[in-house]
Design a protein around this ligand. Sequence first.
Ligand code: 5AD
Ligand code: SF4
Length: 435
Amino acid sequence: MTDQTPKRLFIKTYGCQMNVYDSQRMAEAMGAEGYVETDRPEDADMVLLNTCHIREKAAEKLYSDLGRLKPLKAGRPDLKIGVAGCVAQAEGDEIIRRMPLVDLVVGPQAYHRLPAMARGEGPAVDTEFPAEDKFDHLPQRRATRRAPAAFLTVQEGCDKFCAFCVVPYTRGAEVSRPAARILAEARDLVTRGVREITLLGQNVNGWHGEGAEGFGGLIRQLAEIDGLDRIRYTTSHPSDMADDLIAAHRDIPQLMPYLHLPVQSGSDRMLKAMNRKHTADQYLRLIDRIRAARPDIMLTSDFIVGFPGESDADHAATLRLVEQVGFGTAFSFKYSPRPGTPAAGRALVDDAVADARLKELQALLTRQQKAAQESMVGRTLGVLFEKPGRLPGQLVGKSDYLHSVFVDAPDAQIGDLVQVRIRESAANSLAGELV
Ligand code: 5AD
Ligand code: SF4
């Protein structure tokens, strides 16, 4: 390779949207070192796997993906292989011990140091929680492709300590970025053509940074930015749905009518065992207040089935709660013990029972998702075009409610925010026409 050829970086992202954001920031940091991104690991000078530790299979997947890189590394000893994210944080040197082809392991709080590590000027494994704020040591945001919707991390870590969850250990205590930094990053994104920002945090509505009265106050300040047409946020904890945040859903038209509010279970006994800090009834009353503020809001959730000690009655309570709320969509998972978490040593529910419960819950959630999608037919919704569709002249964008919508719009462009009359509902998307 000559000096004129840029180095190439391949990043694979596992897990949540916060990892997607971190991958973008790492790509920007490596961009400042002369790396450009590639979609093909075979072409890369550096392969970076940005991992997730939330559920068992994600870590297994990392090790099998690393195994698959062996032939590539064998033929190209100068290829650098890095592991970032929450598995990097949790496993540290163990990753290099188990997979010696890995050159670098960097945790989610230390990735501003990745360029130095890649230059061989840092340690091979960095899983510190440094005193400095990584965001102060990262290059400015860069528009990588024409993308009118962007993520912006406003808060990291979690102090809630749900009994099943590794996040408080891998991502550490809650840290909120100051409002001024968030607003500057948002304005910068808007000048680069971004019209929709999804605010990210492991416990985003627990944001309590300097410069705004709580998360609702932060949203109110963001809503003042000219050209920022849509605001979303994820993921939230029910205990942090402050009155002012609920009021923001009523007052701020840019705040999209969509809320991901994980409940995990409908059984008070399980909620207590999970250390969720609220009852099923408190969740239902909260939903009532949110719907009073924004009647058309679409609600989504996460569920865990087969949590240790879960009985048939507990499972029935979850199904009941789902019936009562009516979710637009939801993610449901079979409990998997995570090392180091309070629930890790507890006796497991029989696997076949947990599988059957998961199937039953997912069938109900799928019915609700279908009904919610079909209820959009005949309505006129905002759609922000994000990419070309399958057919010529077609564009795809997200509706206010985050459904993918296919529209024949030969004269429109990516980045246009248009009104679309929904004509039909397909398996995982809607189709409509411009009004
Ligand atoms: N087992 C199964 N699901 C889990 N989640 C978090 N930890 C676990 C676990 N140990 C789910 C929760 C959470 C979502 C991001 O992942 O439902 O809301
Ligand atoms: Fe994990 Fe609970 Fe924190 Fe969510 S609120 S990140 S599930 S500990």
